[in-house]
Design a protein around this ligand. Structure first.
Ligand code: NAD
Ligand code: MG
Length: 476
């Protein structure tokens, strides 16, 4: 049972509060009573954010669009938006809100969790701001890990902040790794926290990342060529925001998730496999060195991984509203993804591997949830004597491929949703941009943001652009 004792209280900020993840996070709050919502951020939906603030008592609100922030501030001024509401504007506003929430938590003797449910690489600055404050980052915004992986890991390691995955597959992997004894998720590089666990040390042979295959899993080539936004948005098993739903249809979502898994768990790409489970019942699995496979099963419902991340490490919340799995209701099947037809998945894995070669050469740290698990068959480590003392992580250095992949995909998906680009051309746009820009060296955060912006310009051109409003996030 959760405690409301002030010493264990967690303050919470929800970013992307008006979206699919954000709304479900607000919904599960009563199931995590030690968590107190203090702040909300969204793009421009002032009415919903103020409604959420009034319903939960959150006193800090950020709106990305300045006009929306002005409207919220005006309502707060005349007492129409609850007591003492503080309003922040723009990207800097989100970072300021996080800093103020961190100060507030410190003063109250509470910990701070920031749930990042912003869509797109627009969430990267917020991810970094949360980690710099030492807040626990509950990460739904996979694009910030894809675009900024080595820099996100460096920020977490520098402050000792903990990253808890919210993406359902990564939440499943996190739990399977912990259950199998691969480490204790005790914060970046926190050897102490890892050592406290009495679990045996385990060899991780393979991460098995599952996916439904999306609405076009069994479509013919003709059907794929004619695919409409309405068809792409009709996901067979999950209900999500529009961008990730289209990513699920192209399998780019699975590709982004492979990269996310590599950075979160420090497992090399060669030991991360994708397999389809069309029922979305197996949320992912880990194969250990003894051949045993641990899996996480359940109904496809994002409230489960969201509540898990918010409750961690105090409590695994009870969620009576989540449908219980009926093992006799249907078959559980598995299939290989058609990687040549769904080219986005292939492009993503190649982009991740390209970056990993440079990052490994540069000595960059990888793995932020756990110490990097041992490779298969490394039981011979013991015979080889004690491991060398760990080297301090090097300054992040990589290449632009994952940044370009993500940015070009955001532009192409936006164009597809507006009816300006055919479904099969999404992969084409991404591939062109990767050819043009994927090898650019990246040595700083400024480089990350410059590559992201450049890739968006190229992608607009490749998609048959020109358009003024290059997408940086949803407008809910
Ligand atoms: P969504 O489109 O439903 O919501 C996006 C939210 O981000 C909205 O609240 C929007 O106002 C906000 N936003 C956009 N740009 C912003 C900015 N610059 N500053 C502040 N807020 C901004 O998207 P979603 O489906 O909730 O997905 C959010 C993230 O979670 C994505 O990265 C997605 O890949 C990931 N994710 C979602 C699901 C899901 O079930 N929806 C599952 C796993 C992972
Ligand atoms: Mg997922």
């Amino acid at each position: 049972m959760a405690t409301t004792d002030d010493t264990t209280q967690t303050h919470l900020v929800i970013l992307g509060a008006t979206g699919s993840i954000g709304r479900q996070a607000v919904e599960v709050l009563p199931c995590v009573p030690h968590v107190r919502l203090v702040g909300l951020a969204a793009h421009s939906n002032t009415a919903l954010v103020l409604e959420q603030a009034a319903a939960t008592g959150a006193g800090l609100v950020a709106l990305h669009e300045p006009g929306a922030a002005d409207e919220a501030a005006a309502r707060a001024d005349v007492g129409l938006a609850g007591d003492a509401l503080r309003v922040y504007a723009g990207d800097p506003g989100v970072a300021e809100l996080i800093h103020d929430a961190a100060e507030g938590a410190r003063a109250a003797g509470a910990s701070l969790t920031v749930l990042n449910g912003i869509v797109g690489a627009a969430g990267l600055r917020a991810t970094l701001a949360a980690l710099e404050c030492g807040a626990t980052l509950a990460l739904a915004n996979k694009e910030s890990m894809v675009a900024g992986g080595p820099f996100v890991i460096a920020a977490a390691r520098a402050s000792g902040a903990r990253v808890i995955p919210v993406d359902s597959e990564h939440s499943a992997l996190f739990q399977c790794l912990a259950a199998g004894g691969a480490g204790a998720g005790g914060g970046a590089a926190s050897a102490g926290a890892t050592a406290q666990r009495p679990a045996p040390r385990a060899d991780v042979e393979e991460l098995l990342l599952t996916g439904s295959g999306g609405p076009f899993r069994t479509a013919t080539d003709d059907e794929l060529a004619q695919a409409t936004p309405e068809q792409a948005l009709a996901h067979p098993t999950w209900s999500m925001g529009p961008k990730i739903t289209v990513d699920s249809a192209t399998l780019m979502n699975k590709g982004l998730e492979v990269i996310e898994a590599h950075y979160l768990f420090g497992v090399p790409y060669e030991r991360i496999s994708v397999l389809l489970n069309p029922q979305s019942v197996v949320h992912s699995m880990v194969r250990f060195g003894d051949g045993a496979v641990l899996a996480h099963l359940g109904a496809p419902d994002m409230r489960v991984p969201i509540a898990y991340a918010l409750g961690y490490p105090q409590v695994r919340p009870t969620l009576p509203m989540v449908r219980r799995l009926d093992f006799f209701a249907g078959d559980l099947t598995f299939a290989k993804p058609a990687i040549e037809r769904f080219r986005c998945l292939k492009l993503a894995i190649e982009a991740g591997k390209k970056a990993a070669i440079v990052e490994t050469e540069a000595g960059c740290a990888s793995g932020v949830c756990f110490e990097a698990p041992a490779s298969a068959g490394s039981a011979s480590r013991a015979a080889a004597g004690p491991a060398a003392p760990p080297r301090p992580p090097a300054a992040p250095r990589t290449v632009a491929a994952p940044i370009v992949l993500n940015a070009a995909n955001e532009v192409a998906v936006h164009a597809f949703l507006e009816g300006r680009l055919a479904f099969m051309r999404i992969a084409e746009v991404v591939e062109k941009c990767l050819t043009w820009l994927g090898d650019e060296p990246v040595e700083s955060l400024d480089d990350v943001f410059a590559c992201d912006a450049e890739a968006r310009r190229f992608a607009v051109e490749a998609a048959g652009g020109p358009r003024a409003d290059i997408p940086t996030g949803a407008d809910t």
